[in-house]
Write a protein that binds this ligand. Structure first.
Ligand code: AYL
Length: 528
């Protein structure tokens, strides 16, 4: 049966009309008239109703407009989980401007790259981070505002009057978010997500007679994962607001504080990554708290071990537990557990869910590119209007990811079983995932090669119990110690990109076209 026939997989749920004529902020605030006085955001300092959140977003939109932010301008949001993150994001959507989000733990070098590539005009941040924003770097000028008291020579978070929000003509094809991702190969690139792609993606979860992911107004959704990453940005902020749920913003992860917040605010929906699932099952403090309010747990963004999944079921016997599988470029959700649906379907442990509605999925043979039937392993491809438009200013990388027929190639290896459930088995792309954080090997290789005593380098993942994977380096060097190599990298990157082990070699194995033979290096690691 392995011929050219196209085996296309669809959701078990019927396609629906998509509301993707709406702009993202209009869609996220669609329930405003009904839920105006319900809680939207809960932060340590205070809570905001939907009316408060909408009003504050409009005031920020007016303020940013006065600062000169116009349609199409890119603004970097460099904030921890906070109400101001949400206000700024929604304000940018209202202005037809673009939010590029970054990790506040990034180093100055990492930030200046993203600022330059995205051509950001403004950074919204905390005073603690302004020292990392080098306005001279790469000859790229941008303004900085802080949401707390600004240090000398910096400005405060702009707020105008709601009546001052300018009238802007915005198309659903315009970019609204520009998260960065390295995709299947190379350096981090700006991922162009339009109003249409994100509205489609939220609608794929939230709409229809049987929504694929059923959230209610009464739900309290945990936001402990960072909003700067597409996972929480999409499923917690956008889906949570569309549903009219309350969103509990956790600024900084600390186990006891988290457990206390879950208990105190009666969290019903917990969106997690695998290391947090493991923490919830292994940490003995968990037993001291009442977590019985949790009705749904979703894990995503990295592989969840079967043992961790089972242990969580034992810990929370009444909760629905399942996974979502996404990729920044795919807008982001590809599959989600149908156990989360309003009228749920039975699901199996280890499954990443079923492809979302109004989308197509196929599994292709990596060598022949022919599509494969059920139960055969191959590269997962997806197609639908939720996908990114492409990478910013990078036609080559875009063409390598989205083919001429509109299929997005994920670089993930998996299969679809007899019940339409998708299982991931491997990652064929370069990307390393430390916990659920992206580590692009190409970036670390460039950095290593910039060292005067390093002639060549390759970075690959090594399996790790705590982090899933950690980056390790093979280097061709003279007169260097392992610690010197590690320190050189550690000083210039965020904590999760640090090199954990260095192997000195005579040469990096490469193909005739000069591509690093990563499989060979990974096999070498397995034999060490
Ligand atoms: P990025 N299991 C295993 N690997 C996963 C899973 C999963 N459930 N989800 C994502 N990955 C890996 O761009 C996979 O290799 O987005 C994928 O190509 O940082 C890569 O992570 C993409 O990494 C959701 C559910 C968003 C998940 C996401 C994931 C966003 C991670 C929305 O509802």
């Amino acid at each position: 049966a392995l011929d050219e026939t196209t085996h296309i997989f669809k959701s078990k749920l019927p396609d629906i009309p998509l509301p993707n004529n709406l702009l993202l902020h209009e869609y996220c605030f669609l329930k405003l008239p009904d839920v105006a006085h319900r809680t939207c955001l809960i932060s340590a300092a205070r809570s905001y109703t939907y009316a408060d959140t909408h009003g504050a977003s409009r005031k920020v939109a007016a303020g940013m407009s006065k600062l000169g932010i116009q349609k199409g301008d890119v603004v970097m949001i460099l904030l921890p989980n906070s109400p101001e993150f949400v206000f700024t994001f929604m304000a940018l959507s209202m202005l037809g401007a673009v939010a590029t989000t970054a990790n506040p733990s990034y180093t100055a070098a990492e930030l200046s790259k993203q600022l330059a590539v995205s051509n950001a005009k403004l950074v919204v941040t905390l005073s603690a981070h302004v020292h990392k924003l080098d306005q001279q770097a790469q000859h790229h000028f941008f303004k900085v505002v802080t949401v707390d008291d600004p240090p000398e020579n910096f400005s405060a978070f702009p707020e105008g009057e709601e009546s001052e929000v300018p009238e802007v003509e915005i198309s659903v094809e315009d970019t609204v978010a520009l998260p960065f991702s390295s995709g299947t190969t190379g350096l981090a690139k700006g991922v162009i997500l339009t109003h249409k792609s994100l509205v489609t993606s939220v609608a794929q979860q939230m709409e229809g007679e049987n929504p694929h992911m059923y959230l209610k107004e009464e739900d309290v959704v945990l936001c402990v994962l960072p909003l700067f990453h597409i996972f929480a940005m999409h499923i917690v902020m956008m889906c949570g607001m569309r549903a009219g749920s309350a969103i509990l913003l956790i600024e900084k992860f600390e186990m006891r504080a988290l457990l206390d917040a879950i208990e105190r605010h009666r969290v019903t929906v917990a969106i997690l990554v695998p290391p947090l699932v493991v923490a919830l099952t292994k940490n003995s403090a968990v037993e001291e708290y009442d977590l019985s309010s949790i009705r749904l747990v979703m894990s995503g963004a990295a592989p969840l071990g079967l043992q961790a999944e089972e242990a969580l079921r034992n810990r929370l016997p009444d909760a629905i537990i399942g996974q979502g599988y996404g990729m920044t470029e795919s807008g982001p959700v590809l599959t989600m557990s149908l156990g989360f649906a309003k009228f749920p379907f039975p699901t199996k442990s280890g499954s990443c869910g079923t492809v979302v509605r109004n989308a197509e999925m196929k599994i292709i043979d990596p060598l022949t590119s022919f599509s494969l039937p059920r139960n055969h392993h191959g590269e997962i491809c997806v197609r639908g209007s939720q996908m990114m438009k492409g990478y910013l200013n990078d036609e080559k990388a875009t063409a390598e990811t989205i083919d001429a027929d509109g299929w997005l190639h994920t670089g993930d290896i998996g299969y679809v079983d007899d019940d339409d459930e998708v299982f991931l088995v491997d990652r064929a792309k370069e990307l390393i995932k430390f916990k659920a954080f992206q580590v692009p090997p190409a970036e670390l290789e460039d950095l290593l090669r910039s060292h005067p005593s390093i002639a060549d380098a390759a970075v690959v993942p090594q399996k790790d119990d705590a982090a899933g994977e950690v980056p390790v380096a093979f280097v061709v060097a003279f007169d260097l110690t392992e610690d010197a190599v590690k320190d050189f990298v550690a000083k210039q990157v965020v904590f999760y990109k640090k090199i954990h082990k260095v192997y000195f070699v005579d040469a990096i194995p490469k193909s005739q076209t000069g591509k690093i033979l990563r499989k060979e290096l990974r096999a070498k690691l397995d034999s060490i």
